[in-house]
Write a protein that binds this ligand. Structure first.
Ligand code: BGC
Length: 483
């Protein structure tokens, strides 16, 4: 990223430093999201030895059902958290929801860490899931609304970088406690970032855009003055207010026809982000590696490799997001996912999955994760924080994010059955076919938002509903995106 690109022309580095610090702190939402979804696979191995897995609330059940509840309880909680969290973000404000979410994260992790019974453990897991649902919306949303347009893509992508770092950290924590089987420490470890987020956020401001939406202009001005010059604040305030006034005329409802294309884009990307298979690799990597002929410890090492590739390539995405734009990254990422999924399926299809073919499978899998990490991983969360009108931004993100969590659950529940029914090769080829659909969908429907202010994006959307395609947002960005 060029210096000119990163330096805030208005307030010098000081203003940007404040935005960077605030964004990095808010990205702890992503860290908790990644860590808490990743840690359970390791912890569950020991949980099943610690409790009687044959009954729940004195009712006898199968251990598979209990495993489903413990492992997927968080996904169900996350879908619920997303369903209510978006609306809460619009009503309570972004900052307050982050504070509440951090508290719920803390309580959920604490409950799991000290759970005397399986029932309490599951309750903690669901609570934790609700916090994950909140975090998945409000992290990107808050960062998007405090960021200057020129660096918004990189800053919001920091949240996805934190998700991947959280997943990697969960692999290490699982590994570190594996010998001693201290699953309570594994699950309790999430309390630490939750506490940092809770305390840190007390010192951070509310989103200026939400403040204006609630008529608190003076407060909004004060927040903007920390990162923008006087003239820039005036222009930005004017623009946000004008947008709000148009919305007040009744154009802003979620069901308004002009918002529909953006909802279709969000829902489509939400589903495609999951049904193209990423979490089968993130959650089942060791199982996949073992079936390619790697031994136990080699599989664990390869899994850590997956986590590292995911983090490193997300760093690349952070650096490129505001330079090359969202669409090119998404299209290249999807193209790469298609090729590597076809390769992965082929490696499983060939007889004798060892030697060269085993390595080819490993290479394809790593490259598949790399292509996800530069495209669909960060771009989905970024775009849904950009393309909705201010008044319903949280609620719209909520709708879209529920789809993401439900699709996540669906893939997690069907992966092993699919492998049983159509084999590993068939399953990966199915994900390849769905990636082709995602590529076509992106090419025709997904807009470019690089360099545009959130208000310009909203105006473009309204305009294109009148007489153009939704990719009309790709129009030349203004110099600073606010005037
Ligand atoms: C997805 C998660 C996934 C993660 C992997 C996120 O963007 O929403 O489901 O586990 O990326 O890096």
């Amino acid at each position: 990223m060029s210096t000119e690109h990163t330096r805030n022309a208005d307030t010098g580095d000081g203003g940007n430093r404040f935005v960077y610090v605030t964004a990095a702190l808010a990205a702890l939402n992503g860290l908790l999201f990644g860590f808490d979804t990743g840690v359970i696979s390791g912890a569950f191995l020991y949980i099943q030895d610690a409790f009687d897995m044959s009954s729940l609330l004195w009712i006898s059940t199968s251990s598979a059902m209990i495993e489903g509840l413990v492992v997927s309880g968080a996904l169900v909680g996350a879908a619920f958290g997303a369903a209510v969290g978006g609306n809460l973000a619009d009503r309570w404000g972004r900052r307050r929801l982050i504070l509440v979410g951090a508290l719920v994260f803390f309580l959920g992790s604490l409950t799991m860490a000290v759970a005397p019974t399986l029932e309490i453990l599951i309750a903690g897991r669901i609570l934790d899931g609700i916090a994950i649902g909140f975090a998945s919306i409000v992290g990107p949303l808050y960062i998007s609304e405090i960021s200057p347009p020129k660096i918004r893509g990189s800053l919001v992508s920091l949240n996805q970088l934190a998700v991947t770092t959280g997943i990697l950290a969960s692999y290490f924590v699982n590994y570190a406690f594996a010998d001693t089987g201290q699953w309570r420490w594994m699950l309790g470890a999430g309390m630490l970032p939750a506490l940092v987020l809770l305390v840190g956020m007390l010192f951070m401001p509310e989103s200026p855009r939400w403040l204006i939406d609630k008529g608190r202009e003076a407060d909004a001005k004060e927040v903007l003055s920390r990162t923008r010059s006087e003239s820039r604040i005036r222009a930005e305030l004017r623009e946000i207010k004008e947008t709000k006034e148009i919305e007040a005329e009744g154009l802003s409802e979620l069901i308004e026809p002009w918002v529909r294309p953006a909802l279709i884009v969000g829902i489509g990307l939400a589903a495609f982000q999951q049904v193209t298979g990423i979490n089968t690799v993130i959650y089942y990597a060791p199982t996949i590696f073992e079936s390619t002929g790697f031994g136990n410890s080699a599989s664990i090492l390869a899994t850590v490799g997956v986590g590292v590739v995911n983090v490193v390539m997300t760093v690349v995405a952070v650096l490129l997001m505001d330079r090359v734009g969202r669409r090119p990254l998404l299209l290249v990422g999807l193209g790469g996912m298609i090729l590597t999924l076809v390769g992965l399926g082929a490696a499983f299809f060939l007889p004798g999955l060892s030697g060269v073919v085993g390595w080819a499978a490993l290479g394809s899998l790593m490259l598949y994760v790399a292509f996800f990490a530069i495209g669909l991983g960060p771009v989905f969360w970024l775009l849904i924080s950009e393309i909705y009108p201010l008044k319903v931004r949280g609620s719209a993100m909520g709708v879209v994010t529920v789809v993401n969590w439900v699709a996540n659950l669906l893939v997690a529940q069907t992966f092993l059955q699919l492998v049983g029914a159509i084999g590993e090769h068939g399953t990966f080829w199915l994900y390849a076919a769905l990636s082709v659909a995602a590529l076509v969908f992106t090419y025709f429907l997904v807009p470019e938002t690089k360099g545009r202010s959130l208000e310009e994006i909203e105006a473009d959307l309204r305009q294109s509903a009148v007489g153009g395609s939704s990719t009309a947002i790709a129009a030349e960005p203004t110099e600073d995106g606010v005037e």
